[in-house]
Structures are given as structure tokens and as C-alpha cells.
Design a protein around this ligand. Structure first.
Ligand code: SF4
Length: 466
């Protein structure tokens, strides 16, 4: 039997196997940002160790950056202090930082692929859960904690247990109005938010192969929400076409040599897997979360679950979620009123996301009571959108067009829900209090669905507007 990508890449980056059964794994690319790196740099200073491979380390500022004005010094002194600390650490260590003044600035998981830093066959790590995003280009990419960021800075290695690989085939095709976000929400609904524990998810099949790279990034981004250690798509011609000409991708003959190696890293046709799952793409519809984790979602034409009809072991979780969300069991999710609409985050803030949302925005005006934000994932996305006139489309429809950053995905910046507000959001987590208000509520959906909800002031089926 042939090998799968995870095993090939793992073997190629193994420094040594440890008596514990774990692997000392060399990490090809380390991405850092302002939230998890300050303590790591401080620990490094205490030990007197230098950064081992500054040329393999790149930094950006995303969580704390405000989206109204990014003029320095920032209005929030704490945010300014955090940026200044990262600038100092990067300067001292010789690490390239894409700060808010750089035209390469943006959310870490948007700029990595965009700049061609993310490449097939690489091992990648970042002190952020959604590092799984980078697997869309055939990389093995992990989110890590602060002490691992320190270890990475000092050694460029991680101590990790090799995950098993679950192959997820999405068969058939997607109908209009159904997007990558709906695919991953359906996968998490079926397999559960803890279903992927111990696994890497390998996504394949006709639907995944037909997705553009940006849509594959959306799918891999939320692997972590299904409990998987990482998620990836095997590199193919679409991957190579996406990378050609990008700033940090190999050039000329080096690119051709790289493509030959990248092809070899892909899983063999007869690769073995610990588990296989099939999802019928033809059956998928636009999805909306109704609860407090991404697995608690239904198709937009379905009803919110009734706890008494669920398996006994699931009832208390359903009751807790419904009580927090204040939604009525058995009622349709369509029609749920919203207060805020957020199009952004490392899941869905790329140009293809904004194009689809703008298609919808062109069909109406944001409802009077709704605050609607569009936050591009990077300066490059914002520039491209402006060149296509998308910023004007959104403004004309009543959306606010903001500067790039994480914004209301996590609300470690001024963009926050207030009180019990309900937000239609293209982000990746609907945990209690995730969007800044401890009692705020989040409905996850695709960017096109968010745009449609913004116009109607309630959850609607985007297919009616396409
Ligand atoms: S957009 Fe959200 S999930 Fe992504 S890096 Fe920022 S805070 Fe994390």
C-alpha cells in the first residue's frame, strides 16, 4: 500500500523518534503574531537563547489591531504596547514583520498562503488554533501553545505525537448558494466537534477537488473545530497554479523542481488510512449554527432541534445551547432576527468570499437595525476588492468597509458585540461570549448567507437572492 501525505511529510521532517513514542519534528515555517509571542520571547530572553532560524519565522499583527483606523500610535495604549513589543522582538531577532504599515499585512492565516510562504510538503506551526488553514496547500500545519512557540523560536522543532489520518471524501457536486463553509459545517455536524481528536483530516473527492484554493483554505481552517489536529488537501495543479509567481514561492527552474517534489508528497492512489468517511455533496444546503459550538448547525431550511427527541446523552448539551441562544426548539432557523452581520476572519475574508457576498449585497440595502461590517483578511485582499469596486458595492448597500484584521471574530479589539446581540458571522467559532460580549450570540454561516441576513435583518436562504 502507498503512503498518505501526512506520513510522507512527517517522515521527511523527523529529527528523531523519542522513547515516549513522540517525534521531534522539524518545522519549516513558523508564523508568529502579537498574542502568543510576547511571553515566548520573554522566556527565550531568560534562557539567553537566540532565535534558531529567523529566516523561517514571519510575524504579523492581527488580533488586537483596530479596523477603523490603524494609524500609529494606536488609540488603545495596550494594543500599541503589544505591537511595539513585537516590533522590538522581531528587530532584535532579525525576523520579518508585516506590520499594519506594510502592504503585506493581514491575518496570519490569510497572508501565509497569499505571500506563497505556505507551500506543499511543509511543516508549519503558529501559536493560533486555526493554523490548520495552511493544509489547504498540502502542508501539515499545527496550532501550538505559548511554550511551544518558545521551543520553536529556540529550536525550530516541536515534540508531537503523529496523528492517524482520516480520509474524508466529499462526493457529487455543490449546488448554487452552497459553499466551502457549508461543506465543513456539514462535516463537523456529522462527525462531531470531538470526532477528529487524534486525527489529521485529509479532504478529497470531487467536491474538494473542484474547490478553488481559497475555498479549500476555508475547509481546512475549521478542521480544528471538528477536533482534528490538522487538515489538508493533497496538492494538485490548482495548488501549483495558485503558488506560481507569489512572492515567497520558488522561482523559475526552482519552481518546476519544487512542483516535482510537491507532486511526490501527495497521497498515493492506494494510500492507507486509519478511517474513511464519505459525505454526499449533492445533499448539502446552506448551513447555519443554532448553538454554542460549530457542530450545532442545521441546513437553513431545517428546524432547530428538540432536546426531547434527541438521544438521552445529547439532551443536556442541546438544552444548555438553546437556553444560551434563547432559541425555540422545533422552530425554523430561517427567520431568526439578527442585530449584527460580520463578514471577515481567517475562515472567510478572502477575495472570493467578498465577491460572493458582494453579489448578494448588490440586491438590496442593509436592514435599518443591523450593523454590518466587511473586514478584508489582508491589505492585498482589500486592494483587490477596491480595484474591483467591491468596497463601493458594500458601502452603497449600507455595510461598513473596514481595515484588515481579526475584528469581531474574537473581539480582542474594539469590534465587539454588545449585550445579547445576535451576530450572523462568517467566522469559525460560536462559543459563548466569543465575539466580545459575555452574553453575545453567534450564528455561523457562509459570507453570502451573512450578506443576505444583513439585508433582511434575519436569517434567510441565500439561494433566494442568487
Ligand atoms: S480571524 Fe479569528 S480565528 Fe482567525 S486568527 Fe483571527 S482571531 Fe483567530
Amino acid at each position: 500500500m502507498g503512503g498518505n501525505l501526512l506520513d510522507k511529510v512527517w517522515d521527511a521532517h523527523t529529527v528523531r523518534e523519542l522513547p515516549s513514542g513522540q517525534t521531534q519534528l522539524f518545522i519549516g515555517l513558523h508564523l508568529i503574531h502579537e498574542v502568543t509571542s510576547p511571553q515566548a520571547f520573554a522566556m527565550l530572553r531568560e534562557t539567553g537563547l537566540p532565535v534558531r532560524f529567523p529566516a523561517r519565522t514571519f510575524a504579523t499583527v492581527d488580533h488586537i489591531i483596530p479596523t477603523r483606523s490603524q494609524r500609529r500610535p494606536l488609540e488603545d495604549p495596550l494594543a500599541e504596547q503589544m505591537i511595539a513589543a513585537l516590533e522590538r522582538s522581531c528587530r532584535e531577532a532579525g525576523i520579518q514583520l508585516f506590520g499594519p504599515e506594510s502592504d503585506r499585512h493581514g491575518i496570519v492565516h490569510v497572508i501565509g498562503p497569499e505571500l506563497g510562504l505556505t507551500q506543499p510538503g511543509m511543516t508549519i506551526a503558529c501559536g493560533d488554533s486555526h493554523t490548520s488553514t495552511h493544509g489547504a496547500l498540502g502542508a501539515v500545519a499545527f496550532g501550538v501553545g505559548t511554550s511551544q512557540v518558545r521551543d520553536l523560536l529556540a529550536t525550530q522543532c516541536l515534540i508531537l505525537a503523529r496523528p492517524a489520518v482520516r480520509r474524508i471524501d466529499v462526493t457529487g457536486g455543490l449546488s448554487a448558494g452552497v459553499y466551502a463553509k457549508d461543506v465543513i459545517l456539514a462535516i463537523i455536524r456529522q462527525l462531531g466537534v470531538k470526532g477528529g481528536v487524534g486525527f489529521a483530516y485529509e479532504y478529497g473527492g470531487p467536491v474538494i477537488e473542484a474547490l478553488g484554493i481559497e475555498e479549500r483554505l476555508t475547509v481546512c481552517n475549521m478542521s480544528i473545530e471538528g477536533g482534528a489536529r490538522c487538515g489538508y488537501v493533497n496538492p494538485d495543479q490548482a495548488t501549483f497554479d495558485y503558488l506560481r509567481g507569489r512572492e515567497f514561492a520558488p522561482k523559475g527552474e526552482d519552481f518546476d523542481r519544487a512542483v516535482a517534489w510537491w507532486r511526490e508528497t501527495a497521497s498515493d492512489a492506494d494510500a492507507s488510512y486509519a478511517d474513511r468517511v464519505e459525505i454526499d455533496g449533492n445533499a448539502l444546503a446552506p448551513s447555519v449554527t443554532w448553538g454554542i459550538n460549530p457542530g450545532q448547525n442545521v441546513a437553513v431550511d431545517e428546524r432547530i432541534p428538540i432536546p426531547s427527541e434527541a438521544a438521552p446523552e445529547q439532551r443536556s448539551a442541546l438544552e444548555e445551547a438553546l437556553a444560551y441562544m434563547d432559541l425555540k426548539p422545533g422552530s425554523p432557523i430561517a427567520g431568526t432576527p439578527i442585530d449584527v452581520a460580520f463578514i471577515g476572519s481567517c475562515t472567510n475574508s478572502r477575495i472570493s468570499d467578498l465577491r460572493e457576498a458582494a453579489r448578494v449585497a448588490r440586491t438590496g440595502r442593509v436592514a435599518a437595525h443591523v450593523l454590518a461590517l466587511v473586514v478584508p483578511g489582508s491589505r492585498a485582499v482589500a486592494k483587490q476588492a477596491r480595484e474591483e469596486g467591491l468596497d463601493e458595492v458594500f458601502r452603497a448597500a449600507g455595510f461598513e468597509w473596514r481595515e484588515p484584521g481579526c475584528s469581531m471574530c474574537l473581539a480582542m479589539n474594539p469590534d465587539k458585540l454588545v449585550g445579547r446581540e445576535i451576530c450572523a458571522s462568517s467566522s469559525n467559532r460560536n462559543f459563548k461570549g466569543r465575539q466580545g460580549s459575555p452574553v453575545g450570540r453567534t450564528l455561523l454561516m457562509s459570507p453570502a448567507m451573512v450578506a443576505a441576513a444583513a439585508l433582511e435583518g434575519r436569517v434567510v436562504d441565500v439561494r433566494e437572492r442568487l
